[in-house]
Design a protein around this ligand. Sequence first.
Ligand code: GUN
Length: 292
Amino acid sequence: MTLLDGRATSKKIQEELKAKVDELKKAGKKVPHLAAVIVGEDGASLTYVNSKVKTCEKVGFESTLIQLPATISEAELLAKVDELNKNESIDGYIVQVPLPDHIDEQKVLLAIDPKKDVDGFHPENVGRMTLGLPTYISATPNGILEILDRYNIPTEGKHCVVMGRSHIVGTPMSILLGQKRNPGNCTVTMVHSRTQDLKSITKQADILIVAIGKPEFVTADMVKDGAVVIDVGMHRIPDSTKKKGFRLLGDVKFDEVAEKASHITPVPGGVGPMTIASLMMNTLKAIELKGQ
Ligand code: GUN
């Protein structure tokens, strides 16, 4: 079994990005500037966003963290988005989701300038991605493509089963892997909470991408021998023996599935760091698109 080491791969990508930033600096050009908006105090979301900002420092990008209270109104948040659209210094930005219930997420995503939408969540960018046009591909699916590519995992003609149909992961992942591209050219089946006889389908997967948001849902009996297993899940399980008071679990029961898989991503240290690396790649792309 080969462990797909997202941490090491992300570090390698960050080194490559840093070298490109150094070249920009040497040429007297602007370095990429990412802004991240977070609304509220959710611990996990704060950790993710802080990690994105910290990675900007590592690769030599500028970054701005905008922390807003959970009580902010939709109109106030939309005004902040408008401000970011107009701010020439900021090349790309993200609004961390989920947002509080009183804010219409779709309305906020629609208000983001598609050229600065480094998350690739704006409908225009989702449409471009679906048609295979140049755009920002959202960070998690792009990070998964990147790790498959960097480990030279063949995808052409393979049966890929994507578990989950979220707008952020499952849906774009199934579209991308079915496209005429490399990694891609897969035969894709998407399964979700209403799928009947789930196991009979997951057992056919050469590549199994799990993004269903249920801790340790995928067990060894659901996986074919030699499958490539990508675990997108990230759950904080309370555990008083741990320094942080919790441990992290994925959507896959790692120990038993690892015995059957040919390749598997761990949690933590798999898809998470790849998502961040891929956001950084998109932020560099933002500056390239501007032709600066
Ligand atoms: N919430 C979970 N993943 C993501 C992501 O990639 N981007 C944003 N903006 N919010 C998220």
